[in-house]
Write a protein that binds this ligand. Structure first.
Ligand code: ADP
Length: 159
């Protein structure tokens, strides 16, 4: 049988407990999940792509079905290049929905073989987003409640 491979695309700057939860829940649906770090040159990043790759590797060190990769260009093209037929996304709010609907529908028009699958965020993770986490870091606040337990973010902040 064909392996069910999902790409979970995003900036993950940094990877939060919300992202972790979507991946862990996705493992019930897919054989393999590729966390795909988009190289968005227009966004201001706090962590380098290389650091974000290492962070995801550290978080899922004990989960061989989760891999991480960086990609440039269209998500559908990246999916095709690794034989992934699903895109996994999290939905927090109605604003997320409007944004995701357009991207998901246009991706479907570009490649009809790829299905986008949305998981509703767990209630406790709904407010968590990476840009606020970056702001807290900027202002020397404690972000550990928002970061996966298995990740030592202090290490990356000192690099
Ligand atoms: P992007 O740059 O595409 O917004 P993010 O790294 O912010 O990338 O998000 C990647 C994916 O993770 C998106 O599908 C987003 O909806 C989802 N996500 C972000 N934060 C959370 C959260 N707190 N709980 C669940 N899903 C989330």
């Amino acid at each position: 049988m064909m392996e069910r491979i999902a790409v979970f695309p995003g900036s993950f700057d940094p990877f939060t407990v919300g992202h972790e939860s979507i991946v862990l829940r996705g493992l019930d649906l897919f054989d393999r999940i590729i966390v795909a770090i988009g190289q968005n040159t227009t966004k201001h990043n706090r962590f380098s792509v290389e650091q974000r790759i290492r962070m995801v590797q550290e978080i899922f060190a004990n989960e061989p079905r989760v891999e991480v990769a960086a990609f440039e260009g269209l998500t559908v093209d990246f999916c095709r290049s690794i034989n992934a037929t699903f895109i996994l996304r999290g939905l927090r709010t109605s604003a997320d929905f409007e944004f995701e609907r357009a991207i998901g529908q246009m991706n479907k028009m570009m490649n009809d073989n790829i299905e986008t699958v949305f998981l509703l965020t767990s209630t406790s993770h709904t407010p968590i987003n990476s840009s606020i986490v970056r702001e807290i870091i900027q202002n020397s606040g404690d972000v550990t409640p928002f970061i996966p337990k298995s990740l030592d973010i202090q290490k990356y902040l000192k690099e």
